[in-house]
Design a protein around this ligand. Structure first.
Ligand SMILES: *[C@@H]1O[C@H](CO)[C@@H](O)[C@H](O)[C@H]1NC(C)=O
Length: 168
């Protein structure tokens, strides 16, 4: 009986209607996405890191040209600003700050070369800043704290801190 057998087949196949298949895939997908471990939201924060001690010279290679990382210093604290490479990396508007102490430039909201202390000169003590410039610097500092990872401190070459760090 050809008619009957087609009817039975049709019934057997009826659970595989396109709509059911879509619902099934959806259910499988939902279950899968619930059970799947969440991907790390920010790998950079999970990566083990060591808090390092830099001098102006040892910080300078972190300018994004030869090193993949871009670091800069703000008031003695070194931040990893690699995530903001389009700003601080090569060709970025703040690329002068890459691998350098950016404090004075940030205080004065100037990205000029002359805001940078030459690498062989003592670290800028920023003693001449006006209240307004100090405020600007504090604002930038909290911006970096909120957005980037603190990876170290900037100390004077030959200082006690620098010498101690060498032995670590
Ligand atoms: C960046 O660092 C590299 C490696 O130390 C150096 O050769 C290069 O001159 C630096 N670039 C700038 C713009 O300072």
């Amino acid at each position: 009986m050809p008619h009957e057998s087609t009817a039975v087949e049709a019934q057997a196949l009826s659970i595989f209607t396109p709509v059911n298949l879509i619902l099934l895939s959806l259910a499988v997908y939902i279950i899968y996405s619930r059970l799947r471990p969440a991907p790390p939201s920010n790998i950079k924060h999970d990566a083990p890191r060591v808090f390092r001690t830099f001098t102006p010279k040892t910080l300078s290679p972190y300018n994004g040209t030869e090193s993949p990382s871009v670091y800069l210093a703000v008031e003695g604290r070194v931040f990893d600003v690699t995530a903001g490479k389009s700003f601080y990396g090569p060709g970025g508007p703040y690329s002068n700050f890459a691998g350098r102490d950016a404090s004075r430039g940030l205080a004065k909201n100037s990205f000029d070369e002359e805001m940078l202390t030459p690498l062989d000169k003592p670290i800028d003590k920023l003693e001449d800043l006006t209240d307004e410039e100090k405020e600007s610097l504090a604002g930038w500092a909290s911006h970096f704290e909120g957005k980037y990872l603190l990876v170290g401190r900037l100390v004077e070459k030959g200082s006690k801190e620098a010498e101690e760090a060498k032995d670590e």
